[in-house]
Design a protein around this ligand. Structure first.
Ligand code: BES
Ligand code: MN
Ligand code: MN
Length: 461
């Protein structure tokens, strides 16, 4: 291990340069204009996997963006780790809010700024470098590894489930490792054991069959923007609860143990509110902020449009209005049932005078992962060595839909080992990755691979 760790230390500047090359590729999966960049990014990752010494590297087609696969299976009898990540990124807009260009990785202080630095290029790259450190110093790895780096996570991983089904043999492993979430806080490493699910809907409201002069027609027909605003305003009550009948029916209550554990975490509502620039927090009554973030479902309006939004004034009574609404789900809610309840309720509260269509855009199921598996115990030990601190247990509010599919289809559990920070501006301007965590992550990943066999063996004995 000493050779591996000193190799990591002495190559740290090269890692940063290479990550900068990866971050320079605008692999925005949702934007058709970036399709060639997404493809180029897949090829870049494949070339990296070959360069670090993996043997069976492929860029595998899907009906959407390709999946990159690579493996090193030279440790027969040892555990096999499937490392999942995503090389696609969210759009960088609005561009004028970036301090440095989003696809030009820039170091400021102890942070590396670029779109994808934290979510997820910088995080999956951590595991590539620990594998490389082993192969370049010892010529071997303590375990077998398979990499599965996809290009459609940010748009719902629509083709990955079929891919996993079709390639179940190729992907066979004992454990999945995902670094695509956050540590609890700066200098507070953590193991994540739960993620929320997500269902994303679009509402389109149509009133009169064309735009109208608001003077000639205002007062005679319902304005679809008003109808939409009233509908959205009705979706929460005064206690911050979602009003859709049946919405909470399948929510698994927090255990007493969880509530007590969350209360012991280092947390301050006041400094959280201050950091976000709000004078008061908001959410479902009867739950703490962490409980609401990690273990309670939510409904958010993500966007709303209609009518005239240009410079100046235009007196128009618009024909249509639309909104994007997403709901975060927790065990044991399902996207299927919530979509049904949502659609039925929205149709019911739509006033006469407008017609509404409801469409589901994408979704993923909520996940709880084991907290006492040998993989988790190995991760805890590795974090302690990599960061010099005992990690905490946490859940997180974000969603990684594929976690549930790994369990259902491949029957394997996932270890969620996040090296990001909650305030690294994922999906927002000035996204960054903290470099201490980047290097701590590489050390942790190396320790994890080193220790996994003995933790797996202990659990078998
Ligand atoms: N890395 C995030 C998920 C995440 C964020 C996990 C924060 C834990 C904490 C992932 O790339 C992501 O953004 N997922 C989407 C869901 C997807 C279906 C579009 C999300 O959570 O909005
Ligand atoms: Mn991600
Ligand atoms: Mn993301």
């Amino acid at each position: 291990m000493n050779d591996v760790l000193s190799h990591i230390q002495s190559n740290s500047e090269r890692y940063l340069r290479e990550l900068g090359d990866l971050l320079a590729i605008p692999s925005v999966s949702t934007n058709p204009e970036n399709a060639a960049d997404v493809r180029r990014c897949a090829e870049w990752v494949a070339a990296q996997l070959r360069a670090i010494g993996l043997e069976d590297v492929r860029v595998m087609p899907t009906p959407g963006h390709p999946v990159v696969y690579g493996a090193w299976l030279g440790a027969p009898g040892k555990p096999t780790l499937l490392i999942y990540g995503h090389y696609d990124v969210q759009p960088p807009e609005p561009l004028d809010l970036w301090t440095s260009p989003p696809f030009q990785a820039t170091v400021r202080g102890d942070n590396l700024y670029a779109r994808g630095a934290s979510d997820d290029k910088g995080q999956f790259f951590i595991h590539l470098k620990s594998v490389e450190a082993f192969l370049k110093t010892t010529g071997t790895l303590p375990i077998n590894v398979k990499f599965l780096i996809e290009g459609e996570e940010e748009i719902g991983s629509d083709h990955l489930e079929d891919f996993i089904r079709a390639e179940a043999d190729l992907l066979k492993a004992d454990l999945v490792m995902i670094s695509d979430s956050s540590m609890f806080a700066r200098d507070v490493p953590s193991i994540c054991y739960g993620l929320r699910g997500l269902t994303y809907m679009q509402l389109d409201l149509v009133g009169p069959n064309h735009d109208l002069h608001s003077g000639s027609f205002g007062g005679s027909v319902l304005n679809p923007i008003q109808a939409l605003a009233e509908i959205i305003a009705q979706l929460h009550d005064r206690n911050g609860r979602v009003t859709i009948p049946g919405f909470y029916d399948d929510v698994r209550p927090l255990t007493r143990k969880e509530r007590e554990a969350y209360k012991k975490l280092p947390w301050s509502d006041r400094s959280y509110a201050r950091d976000l620039g709000v004078r008061a927090l908001y959410g479902e009554k009867g739950f703490t902020t962490l409980e609401r973030l990690w273990a309670r479902p939510t409904l958010e309006c993500n966007g709303i449009w209609g009518g005239f939004t240009g410079e100046g004034a235009k007196t128009v009574l618009p024909s249509a209005a639309s909104a994007k609404i997403s709901m975060r789900l927790v065990p044991d809610q399902t996207t299927r049932k919530i979509n049904k309840l949502f659609t039925r309720h929205l149709k019911k509260i739509t006033p006469p005078g407008v017609t509404m269509t409801v469409r589901s855009l994408h979704g993923g199921e909520p996940a709880i992962t084991p907290i006492d598996s040998p993989g988790v115990r190995a991760a805890i030990s590795a974090l302690e060595k990599g960061f010099g601190k005992k990690p905490l247990y946490q859940r997180d509010g974000g969603s990684i839909p594929i976690v549930v599919q790994f369990k259902k289809i491949l029957k394997i559990d996932t270890v969620l080992l996040g090296f990001g920070l909650p305030d690294e501006n994922a999906h927002a301007p000035d996204e960054f990755l903290n470099l201490s965590n980047f290097y701590g992550g590489i050390r942790t990943s190396a320790h994890f691979m080193d220790e996994l066999p003995s933790f797996m063996q202990k659990s078998r004995a």
